[in-house]
Design a protein around this ligand. Structure first.
Ligand SMILES: [Zn+2]
Length: 240
C-alpha cells in the first residue's frame, strides 16, 4: 500500500506503549503541528531508533501519513538536549515545557512559532538553567494565544497607581484600591515586564530569588487558568 511520506523536524513531547514492542510518540513538529506516530519495534533492545525517540529528543523524521496515527519511517537526532538530564531541576523544567506545549498545541495544526519556542526553551534550560526559563516560556505561550496581562496601569481602574497585586481573572496587575488575587512585588512586576516587553535575556539573567519564584507562581496560575478556560470552551463546542 502506497502511503504519503513526508519529512519534518520535531520535539518528542511524550511516548506511550503500544502492544508488545511498539510505542506511540507524540511529536511537536515544525510544519505539521502535533502529530501522533507509531514507532515500530522501538522497545526492542536493538531498535533502529534507539533513544532518539524519548521525550525531549529533537529529531529529524521521515513519516508515513496514516488516518489517525502516522508511522515513523526514519529518525535521526538533530542535537542532544541530554545535558539537562543530569540535573533534576533542569529535567523538571524540561518536562514543564513539554507538558505546556502538549496542552497548547492542536493535532495537525501547524504552529512553527510554538515549535521554535519549545526548542529555544529546552536549549536554554540545558545551557544556563535560568530560574525564569519556564515562567518566561509560559508567559510567551500565553502571549502567543493573545493573552497578555496588563502590567502598565491598574487593570481595573486604569489609574497609574503603584501596582501591588496580580490577578489573571482580572487580566493583570492591580493597585492598592482595587487589589485582588495574589500580592505582587515590585521586583516581580519588573521581571514580568522584561519578559513580555522584549527584554527576555535580561530577565533570564536574573538570579534565583523570591521575585523569580513569584513570577513562576503567577505564570503557572495564569497558564492553568487559561488551559481550564480552553478546556471548557472545547467541552461546550462538543456538547452542541
Ligand atoms: Zn486600581
Amino acid at each position: 500500500m502506497a502511503s504519503h511520506l513526508y519529512r519534518d523536524t520535531a520535539v518528542v513531547l511524550r511516548t506511550y506503549k503500544l502492544g508488545e514492542s511498539d510505542r506511540i510518540v507524540v511529536l511537536l513538529t515544525e510544519n505539521h503541528g502535533k502529530v501522533r506516530a507509531v514507532a515500530k519495534g522501538v522497545r526492542k533492545t536493538l531498535s533502529r531508533f534507539g533513544a532518539r525517540l524519548e521525550p525531549m529528543s529533537h529529531v529529524r523524521l521521515l513519516l508515513a501519513q496514516g488516518r489517525d496515527l502516522d508511522i515513523v519511517s526514519q529518525a535521526e537526532a538533530v542535537e542532544s538536549l541530554a545535558p539537562m538530564m543530569t540535573d533534576l531541576d533542569h529535567l523538571t523544567a524540561g518536562i514543564a515545557v513539554l507538558e505546556a506545549a502538549d496542552q497548547m498545541s492542536l493535532d495537525r495544526e501547524p504552529n512553527a512559532h510554538l515549535y521554535r519556542m519549545v526548542v529555544g526553551a529546552l536549549r536554554t534550560i540545558g545551557e544556563q538553567g535560568s530560574a525564569l526559563v519556564v515562567p518566561a516560556f509560559f508567559w510567551k505561550l500565553l502571549a502567543l494565544e493573545g493573552v497578555r496581562p496588563q502590567l502598565d496601569v491598574c487593570v481595573r481602574c486604569g489609574e497609574d497607581n503603584p501596582l501591588v497585586s496580580f490577578d489573571m481573572h482580572q487580566g493583570g496587575a492591580l493597585c492598592r484600591n482595587c487589589r485582588s488575587g495574589a500580592p505582587l512585588s515590585e521586583e516581580a512586576l519588573q521581571l514580568m515586564r522584561m519578559i513580555l516587553g522584549g527584554r527576555l535575556n535580561d530577565a533570564l539573567a536574573a538570579p534565583r530569588s523570591s521575585a523569580t519564584h513569584e513570577v513562576q507562581t503567577h505564570a503557572t496560575k495564569a497558564l492553568e487558568h487559561h488551559i481550564e478556560r480552553r478546556l471548557r470552551t472545547v467541552a461546550m463546542f462538543e456538547r452542541t
